[in-house]
Design a protein around this ligand. Structure first.
Ligand code: ADP
Ligand code: MG
Length: 250
């Protein structure tokens, strides 16, 4: 492919950056899907922390599940001090978890809007304003599932995704959205989210005979060369470490 190589945005997780041949494609939106406890929030934190401390890029953490206090405390255990980064205006934290508890219908001026529309409008506005204010080059939304669960039908969920992607696209930041891995549907169909985003990374725990191993795979990454193997990773006191080992060689 001539002339289509993107500038890359390193996550700072060495093994993952090798898989990505340098990093995430700049200005694009990547979905990280994984089972609960797979390390999605840790991955997002590495991404923003390394961005701020190693690459001089400001970031925004939009959390739809954990409170700021919880997340800051957990990440401190991995030597990531988000409190200092926030004080130094390098990483902003948006605690969007209350959005799930807004009333079913809200009045916005003279317009009566449903909870879902309001949630997304409010969140979108907030992200946009913060991104401009902080000149954010990295944004994470963790987990998107908290928002998408509000939409039972695929069409509404699709519209929600497109609205959100448009808002994120306007910021021109490189974004990671996370999603919980649910049981695969019987038909094995591809979730609609996968079509809307630029890339999909899968984090899973697999039974491998010797016990469970954590595996990571780049399912898709449009217009960029990447590793197509399933690799092993671990979480230790330094956070996520991705090994060059393939899942099939152990
Ligand atoms: N010090 C540690 N050593 C090893 N694993 C850890 C440590 N701290 C947390 N973990 C692992 O990290 C997981 C939580 O990661 P997290 O990013 O919150 O998951 P997710 O966001 O995908 O639900 C826990 O399930 C645990 O397995
Ligand atoms: Mg999480």
């Amino acid at each position: 492919m001539k002339g289509t190589s993107y500038s890359k945005v390193p996550t700072g997780i060495e093994g993952l950056d090798s898989m990505l041949e340098g990093g995430l494609p700049k200005g694009r939106i990547i979905l990280v899907r994984g089972s609960p406890g797979a390390g999605k929030s840790i991955l997002c934190s590495h991404y923003l922390f390394n961005g701020a401390t190693k690459f001089g890029e400001n970031g925004i953490y939009v959390s739809l599940e954990e409170s700021k206090h919880q997340l800051f405390r957990e990440m401190k255990l991995f030597d990531m001090d988000f409190k200092s980064l926030e004080e130094e205006n390098q990483v902003a934290f948006i605690d969007a978890s209350p959005i799930r508890h807004t009333p079913a219908e809200t009045k916005l001026g003279n317009i009566r809007v449903g909870r879902r529309d309001f949630s997304l409008m409010a969140l979108g506005k907030l992200i946009q304003t913060k991104a401009e204010e902080w000149k954010a080059e990295r944004i994470v939304i963790d987990p998107l599932t908290a928002l998408s669960l509000q939409y039972s039908d695929d069409i509404r969920r699709w519209e929600m995704m497109l609205d959100l992607l448009e808002i994120l696209g306007r910021t021109s930041a490189t974004c990671i959205l996370t999603e919980d891995l649910r049981a695969p549907s019987l038909a094995g169909e591809i979730p609609i989210e996968d079509y809307a985003v630029h890339g999909v990374i899968l984090m899973q725990s697999l039974e491998m005979g010797k016990g469970a191993v954590k595996t990571i795979r780049i399912v898709k990454m449009r217009e960029s060369k990447h590793d197509d193997q399933t690799r092993i990773y671990q979480i230790d006191e330094a956070g996520i470490v991705v090994y060059p080992t393939t899942a099939w060689s152990i």
